[in-house]
Design a protein around this ligand. Structure first.
Ligand SMILES: N[C@@H](CCC(=O)N[C@@H](CS)C(=O)NCC(=O)O)C(=O)O
Length: 204
């Protein structure tokens, strides 16, 4: 039995966690969560969201950014993020949090607008979607402007780059931006990332 357990769904945010595990080179079991989340899974994560990572200690961690930070703490030599207390790390963590706090929630408002309004009228739902799209346009542009090149914080890929490419792949206007196309092409040169990307059905 592998050390880590990853609860995942195809095309979901579990892709970046799988990429991290593959970059580290640690063994992990994948547990695919069906579309209709079973009671068994909500017992593991009451928020009923993937990704969820089970550590070798048995601790269960939800929230993608928390999982990535925990993995970086456990395997600093894998350099998912730049070394502690460096300007590059501060920037990589800032943009990671920027994405989880802003772009990911806007993405959910865009794809599940009916969950984000108490008004079931089609025009209310459409308004949620339009605002979410406008917010993403603003936030993807802000993030793109920060890319030092070829990666966000310079010459070396971090897990924040994989996160950015993942979010951009979900949203056609972002995917079409040269900044994200170039970032994605650069990180897919890493076989570990390419494997997670393909196994989650990204880029299709
Ligand atoms: N803040 C969470 C968001 C996770 C999330 O929304 N995951 C989606 C898949 S990408 C999910 O499981 N959605 C199921 C649902 O909302 O029903 C994180 O960063 O991990």
């Amino acid at each position: 039995m592998a050390d880590y357990g990853l609860y995942w769904r195809k095309g979901s945010g579990s892709m970046v966690v799988e990429a991290a595990l593959r970059l580290i080179g640690v063994g992990f079991d994948r547990h695919e969560v069906p579309d209709t989340f079973a009671a068994e899974f909500t017992a593991i994560n009451p928020a009923a969201k993937v990704p969820v990572l089970v550590l070798p200690t048995g601790q269960v961690i939800a929230e993608s950014a928390a999982i990535l930070l925990a993995l970086d703490d456990a395997f600093p030599e894998a350099r998912l993020l730049p070394p502690q207390a460096t300007p590059a790390r501060n920037a990589a963590v800032q943009w990671l949090v920027f994405m989880t706090a802003n772009i990911y929630p806007a993405m959910l408002r865009f794809y599940y607008p009916e969950r984000h309004t108490a008004d079931a009228a089609p025009e209310a739902i459409d308004a949620v979607r339009r605002k979410a799209a406008a917010d993403m346009t603003r936030d993807f542009a802000q993030l793109a402007a920060a890319i030092a090149g070829p990666f966000l914080v310079g010459e070396r890929m971090t897990i924040t780059d994989v996160y950015a490419a993942m979010l951009a792949d979900w949203h056609e206007p972002a995917r079409a931006m040269p900044d994200y196309a170039e970032l994605t092409a650069a990180l897919l040169k890493h076989p570990a990332v390419a494997e997670a990307w393909a196994s989650h059905g990204f880029g299709t």
